[in-house]
Ligand binder design. Sequence first.
Ligand code: ATP
Length: 299
Amino acid sequence: MTSSKRLTIAMQKSGRLSDDTQALLKRCGLKLNLQDRRLLAHVANMPIDIMRVRSSDIPGLVMDGVCDIGIVGDNTLEEAALERKLLGSNCEYIRTKGLNFGGCRLSLAMPEEFNYQGIESLNGLRFATTYPQLLKRYAQENNIDIDFCLLKGSVEVAPRVGLADGICDLVSTGATLEANGLKEVEVIYRSTAALIQNPTPLSGEKQEIFDTLLQRMQGVMKAKESKYIMLHAPKDKIDQVSELMPGKETPTVLPLAGRDDLVAVHVVATETFFWETMEALKALGCNSILVMPIEKMME
Ligand code: ATP
């Protein structure tokens, strides 16, 4: 079990989620030195320890209370929860927050030449997958009878070597499927990275650290999705300028030294600020339009 004073976070050691996870924690102000080979790293400036492990070990470490919280893909989490439930192991967790990276889908894919006529045409076929529990659940929910073989990697070669008729694997762009002569026929699960925690209440000290971390994570995520927009606008066009702002957010209007006709307009936009909007603002007589990234936010 974890110590009562330092919050322990499980994260992927190396792979698709590790860089984004590390970047998120750093932007939350954690001083990390993950260069060395140690599996357990102390955060220098906060009472937090980081445990770096395989993705598939993270759900179990959190569910068993070895780590207080973890950052893992929903796909890995759900697969582990289903498997542990089946085995009678502890499978309780809280999914505290979805994160804005690691987006992917778990899909069924068939060789390009396969004549796909809806999910019934998959009846009796065999699928190679790393996610047998998610696949079984999908088959049950959709009343289809399929077989599976478990592969931990290179799933997409299975149909070509005669191991399976199709695959059930993670897809983000679809380029890997295409490169292997496969086509996506059904999406069975959508996933992002998520912050999870053990359901047992934390000690007061740890809860405080966790609350701070969570608030910072929210600030980092919101900042990533937001832009700070500054421009000079004709004083008599403020209403039209406000109308054009993404999400119609109310701007701050400030006087410009020595100008009676122009004002400075500042706004935090939480929606995409398109080139077309900038062009429309310019057409209204606005100039010096700046769109800047925001590093941190606290409301
Ligand atoms: P580990 O090697 O740490 O045991 P893993 O085999 O799942 O885990 P990765 O391939 O690095 O390792 O994938 C980690 C997670 O990244 C996936 O579980 C998934 O949530 C997410 N992910 C995002 N896009 C993709 C994708 N195109 N293919 C695979 N995983 C993806």
